[in-house]
Structures are given as structure tokens and as C-alpha cells.
Design a protein around this ligand. Structure first.
Ligand SMILES: Nc1ncnc2c1ncn2[C@@H]1O[C@H](COP(=O)(O)OP(=O)(O)OP(=O)(O)O)[C@@H](O)[C@H]1O
Ligand SMILES: [Mg+2]
Length: 435
């Protein structure tokens, strides 16, 4: 999919913006704090109704916005149709209040209950959760470079965002699952305090198992399929890491362990999941799988009650990155870890396209400066054929010249976005690494 037109009202620093966007590679450049990332954030909101930069979405409402709401409207061209998606984030005490002008931004933060999100597709209201997947995006921001070494929640978030954009059923199961985990967690604490009996867990065990199994199955399937794509992309991106001396015939044999093909490994907290799922697939086996997981819950019952938390289930899953049996989170070089993160994002893009028939728009926020010149070039070469890639950078000179030649460049300055008609000064040819 691609965004043909983006309209913003009181979104971050933008009072009003109406921007036509071409297909292909788009570069937003400008100095710091001019509103480049805000543009990508707005597009991610159209895709997921969430910001990739903040969990507190009321932040996006422009300070002093008279209506105390922010509006993002995107004209979206998809493979088979066109859509208009509108997302409004508003704070106000009651319906209608969101459009009541107020003279100044409220100094006291309103409570969460007064914040609302409204979604419309072609004018018709939609639930936020049902919008996800309509206009998919893959976001790559500097924090994503820590995907390999960061905490497991970051990796789970990656899995969830990918799968939610691919399948509604996953998103719905996940949302219900999260509620079950919260309720069950509260119950475990009450049992610990002697306010409830362990028998009261039976219902919540059933709910947890019912929702956990399909979530784990989707995650395992995705990782199995994405593994091959990620390996291919990783090999292409990391090709230079072996060094120039690997070019001759003998050198090819002398790959170190960490240069072996990349493999993604699912690490469910319910470790018997793989065994329970192996060889099944028939409907009859799902009751057996459920029985096994319920037994696993029984086995950790004491610990769960003592700790007052849910210890088993997808909310504690993780994934690993292996090359030749070596864990890259532990033994990989910093450059390799970043390359894995990049490969993972491109694999995500391909997976979503294969599964849904819709190619996500790729949003690269500020990542060029984080990569070495060779990887920059490799990345922009890898995205050349995509429907739409939107890149932000403070420094045009670091973008590879041949990529820039085919790009549409906008300068972002103090919330104004202007196409750059005159070609900016081109950088010299990027020096070859080691040359
Ligand atoms: N709710 C808001 N209302 C008004 N302005 C805001 C709001 N939220 C953020 N801003 C402003 O937006 C600007 C940041 O925009 P953005 O993050 O898009 O910058 P950028 O061009 O990506 O900068 P950098 O190159 O540093 O990443 C800041 O000046 C900030 O003060
Ligand atoms: Mg930025």
C-alpha cells in the first residue's frame, strides 16, 4: 500500500498539513526537531491506530490545539482499491467536548477515560482494532536496532505487530488474552492473600489455554516462514562482513560460526509447546494440546500463587537469533546484531505481503545515520522495488547518491513540508569500506 495524500490537523507541531506523496522512495530531510518523525508517526497511526514512538497517544495533540483533538487523514492506494482512513485522537469530558474550543491547553492532565480514539474508513466508523491490517506498515526506528539485544518485550511487540497486521483473528485473540492474563494475575494475588481458593482458577486456566494455543501457533508459523526470508536478507546485507579476503575459493570455506545462515528460533515460555504441537494439526489433537498445557499450568500452580503472577504463556515468550548454532544476542558483533534487526524488518515486510497480498509501506525513521555506508547502500538497494518507502534524515549527504537520484525529496522546516525541486548538493561517491 502507499499513502497518496496525508492530511494533518493539530497533530504534533502541525496545525494544518496537506501533503501529496508519490510512490517509491521519499526522503524527508531537515534539521532536528522540525517534524520529520512526526510525519512517519502519523502514517503509523493510520496503520495501527498506535504511535510507534509513544504509548501515551494524547501526546500527539498539538499543544494549545483549540479543539483538543488531533486528526490524521490518509488517502491510501492499495493493490486493489483506494481508501480514506481517518483517525481522530481527542480528549474531552464528554461527547462533543472534543470540538468545543478552549482558550488554552489544559494544565491538568485529563484522566485516561476522557481520551478517545475515533476511526473512520471511507467515512464509516470502525473499531480501532479492526483497522489494524487495513493499510499495513513496517517501521524501522533507531530503537529497533536493539531488537536483538533488548528486552524480550520488544521482541514480543515485534511479533504482535507483524501478526496483528496480518490476521484479525490474531489481534482479537491477543487482546482477549491480555485481559485474561490481567484477570488471572489479579486472582493469583488474591489466592496468595487467602482471599480466594485455588479452585477458582479453573475457569481462567481454560481461558488462558484456549487463547494461548492459537497465539503460540501463529508465532511459531511466522518464525518458521520468516526465518528463510530473514536468512536470505541477512546473507545479502552481511555479505561484506566476511571481509574482502573471503572472495577467493579457499576463503569461502572459512566462514566463522557467526557468519553461518541466520535462523530465527521461537522460545515459548511454555517450553513443551513445540512437543505438544508436533505431529498434530488435526482438530482432534487440539483438545490433547489443551489438556497438556492445562497440566503444565497445574505443575507451576504453586509457583504462580507464591509469586502472584502468570508464569506460563505467550506474554512471556521470546525469540532467538542463531547463526551456526551460536546465539547472536550473546556472541554477535554489534554490526551483526544490527544487520539481524534490519533483516527481520525486511522479512516482516515480505511476510505481511505474502499473507495479505498487500505490501506494507516501509517507514525508516532516522536509521541511515545509525548504519555504516555499506549497509546504508544495501538497505536502500533492498527497498528499491517497494511501493513506498519513507525515510527521514538530518543529513542528505549520507544517503547514497544513486538512491537519492530516484527519490522524491522534501525539506521539513518548522512544520512546513516543501518538495525540493533543485537537486541539493550531492555527496561525493561513498568511499568503499576499507578503500
Ligand atoms: N503535541 C505537540 N504539540 C506541538 N509540538 C509538538 C508536540 N509534540 C512534539 N512537538 C514538537 O515536534 C518537534 C519534534 O518533531 P519530530 O520528532 O518530528 O522532529 P524531527 O524532525 O524528527 O527531529 P530529529 O531530527 O531530532 O529526529 C519538537 O520540536 C517538539 O517540540
Ligand atoms: Mg526524528
Amino acid at each position: 500500500m502507499r499513502v497518496e495524500r496525508l492530511r494533518l490537523t493539530d497533530f504534533r507541531g502541525y496545525r494544518e498539513l496537506d501533503l501529496a506523496l508519490p510512490p517509491g522512495l521519499i526522503v524527508f530531510y531537515g534539521r532536528n526537531a522540525q517534524g520529520k518523525s512526526n510525519l512517519l508517526e502519523a502514517i503509523s497511526l493510520l496503520a495501527t491506530t498506535r504511535s510507534f514512538r509513544t504509548s501515551s497517544e494524547r501526546e500527539v495533540i498539538r499543544w494549545g490545539a483549540p479543539g483538543r483533538f488531533a486528526r490524521v487523514v490518509g488517502d491510501i492506494a492499495r493493490s486493489r482499491d483506494h481508501l480514506e482512513i481517518e483517525v481522530i485522537l481527542a480528549e474531552g469530558m464528554e461527547d462533543g467536548a472534543a470540538t468545543t474550543p478552549t482558550s488554552a491547553p489544559s494544565a491538568t492532565a485529563p484522566t485516561a477515560s476522557t481520551f478517545r480514539k475515533r476511526v473512520r474508513v471511507n467515512g464509516a466508523p470502525r473499531r480501532a482494532i479492526d483497522l489494524v491490517g487495513t493499510a499495513p506498515v513496517v517501521v524501522f526506528a533507531p530503537t529497533d536496532l536493539d531488537l536483538v539485544t533488548g528486552g524480550p518485550s520488544q521482541r514480543r511487540h515485534f511479533l504482535d505487530l507483524t501478526l496483528c497486521q496480518t490476521r484479525h483473528s490474531y489481534c482479537r485473540a491477543l487482546s482477549q488474552y491480555q485481559k485474561v492474563v490481567a484477570q488471572r494475575g489479579a486472582l493469583l494475588k488474591r489466592i496468595r492473600e487467602g482471599l480466594e481458593t485455588p479452585q477458582s482458577l479453573a475457569y481462567w486456566d481454560d481461558q488462558l489455554v484456549r487463547l494461548a494455543l492459537p497465539i503460540m501457533r501463529e508465532r511459531a508459523d511466522f518464525l518458521e516462514r520468516a526465518s528463510a526470508v530473514a536468512a536470505r536478507v541477512y546473507a545479502a546485507l552481511a555479505s561484506d562482513d566476511a571481509g574482502d579476503d573471503a572472495g577467493d575459493d579457499a576463503g569461502a570455506e572459512e566462514q566463522t560460526e557467526t557468519q553461518a545462515p541466520l535462523r530465527l528460533e521461537y522460545r515459548p515460555s511454555y517450553q513443551e509447546y513445540q512437543a505438544a504441537a508436533a505431529g498434530s494439526g488435526a482438530e482432534a489433537d487440539s483438545t490433547q494440546q489443551a489438556a497438556r498445557m492445562r497440566a503444565a499450568l497445574e505443575a507451576v500452580r504453586r509457583r504462580e500463587i507464591a509469586q502472584g503472577v502468570n508464569v506460563l504463556g505467550p506474554h512471556r515468550d521470546d525469540l532467538g537469533f542463531l547463526a551456526g548454532g551460536v546465539d547472536l544476542a550473546i556472541y554477535g558483533s554489534r554490526g551483526q546484531q544490527r544487520t539481524v534487526a534490519l533483516a527481520l524488518k525486511l522479512a516482516e515486510l515480505e511476510y505481511i505481503e505474502q499473507e495479505t497480498g498487500e505490501q506494507p509501506a516501509l517507514l525508516l525513521d532516522d536509521v541511515l545515520s545509525e548504519l555504516d555506508p555499506q549497509r546504508r547502500e544495501d538497505l536502500l538497494a533492498a527497498v528499491r522495488g517497494l511501493d513506498q518507502t519513507l525515510v527521514t534524515t538530518t543529513d542528505l549527504a549520507i544517503a547514497p547518491t544513486n538512491a537519492l537520484r530516484q527519490a522524491t525529496i522534501f525539506e521539513v522546516r518548522a512544520g512546513a513540508v516543501k518538495p525540493v525541486t533543485q537537486k541539493p548538493p550531492m555527496p561525493e561517491v561513498i568511499p568503499e569500506a576499507g578503500g
